[in-house]
Design a protein around this ligand. Structure first.
Ligand code: CP
Ligand code: NVA
Length: 308
């Protein structure tokens, strides 16, 4: 197994399936009365360069469920790469704690933390990817459809960090992945190229479209995310002019399969990428998905920290 959880692409399909199985087992155990304190005495440092609700709370609560502790280090606290070099921060923290979870602007920064720290580093979102989110998303999809193979997962919107990790986990686990996004908002070309052989091996079909209506046809899952990610705020007016045809609304959902579920990593910008009617409607799995962050990340924490 790995020391770190940096990107979905680093894990084999079997390892990802094991994490999903463990997440489901930990969820069941928790719901039946509580988890064993397998991480007793273990401490996770959580570095945040950006705001968070789900990631912060689910990691902190997840550590408590497993008998350990978590420390929140706010954006102003440590000045990653500014007050102090990333290499120094990594080597200091590894003397205090057993693992680091980091939410960063530049993906390179989480890779650099992992390079220097001997303890596990977990990517809690970067400008490139959001692997913890994808694991929780796949747990939600698996719970609904009982499989990951042969499902049609359609992402509508910006080709961002959430889209990249979702594409990677679909390619690994044999779900067909389709994205419909506007011109100039494609996923990074490198992310697409590296995933192609993985999809070929699992039998997942990849489709890169512009038309959201074509993309959702026969979809089991429709996924969307904000049009403007954290760190892109100065582009929001420009983006709001381009993205309205990509709104996930009742009409678009009615063009998918009858049993389609709608996912969104949240926070949602209701009235922009998703309407209230869909977010709160019969196809929405937004809150089970958010809750699954807890269970998916507990599987990651258990796997990476139990022997540290
Ligand atoms: N989906 C997600 O990562 O939410 P937060 O930004 O609130 O952590
Ligand atoms: N794409 C969004 C996800 C937030 C959880 C962002 O990076 O802001």
């Amino acid at each position: 197994m790995h020391n770190d959880f940096l990107d979905i692409i680093d894990y084999t399909p079997e390892e990802l399936q094991s994490l999903l199985d463990l997440a489901a087992a930990l969820k069941k155990e928790y719901q039946a009365g509580g988890n064993q304190p397998v991480l007793k005495g273990k401490v996770l440092a959580m570095i945040f360069q950006k705001p968070s609700l789900r990631t912060r709370v689910s990691f902190e609560v997840g550590m408590h469920h497993l008998g350990g502790d978590a420390l929140y280090l706010s954006p102003n606290e440590i000045g990653l790469g500014k007050r102090e070099s990333i290499a120094d921060i990594a080597r200091v923290l590894e003397g205090y704690v057993h693992g680091i979870m980091a939410r960063v602007f530049e993906h390179e920064h989480v890779l650099e933390l992992a390079k220097w720290a001997k303890i596990p580093v977990i990517n809690g979102l970067s400008d490139y990817s959001h692997p913890c989110q994808a694991l929780a998303d796949m747990l939600t999809i698996f719970e609904k459809f009982g499989t990951t193979k042969g499902l049609n997962v359609t992402y509508v919107g910006d080709g961002n960090n959430v889209a990249v990790s979702l594409m990677q986990i679909c390619a690994k686990l044999g779900s067909n992945f389709t994205i419909a996004n506007p011109v100039d908002y494609d996923m990074p070309a490198e992310a697409i190229e590296t995933v192609k052989p993985i999809a070929a091996a699992s039998g997942a079909k990849l489709s890169f479209l512009r038309d959201p209506h074509e993309a959702v046809r026969n979809a089991h899952v429709i996924y969307t995310d904000t049009w403007t990610s954290m760190g892109q705020e100065e582009e929001s007016a420009k983006r709001e002019a381009v993205f309205p045809p990509y709104q996930v609304n009742r009409q678009l959902v009615s063009e998918a399969r009858e049993d389609v579920i709608v996912l969104h990593c949240l926070p949602a910008h209701r009235g922009q990428e998703i309407t209230d009617e869909v977010a709160d409607g019969p196809h929405s799995a937004l809150f089970p998905e958010a809750h699954n962050r807890l269970h998916a990340q507990k599987a990651v924490l258990y796997t990476l920290l139990k022997d540290k």
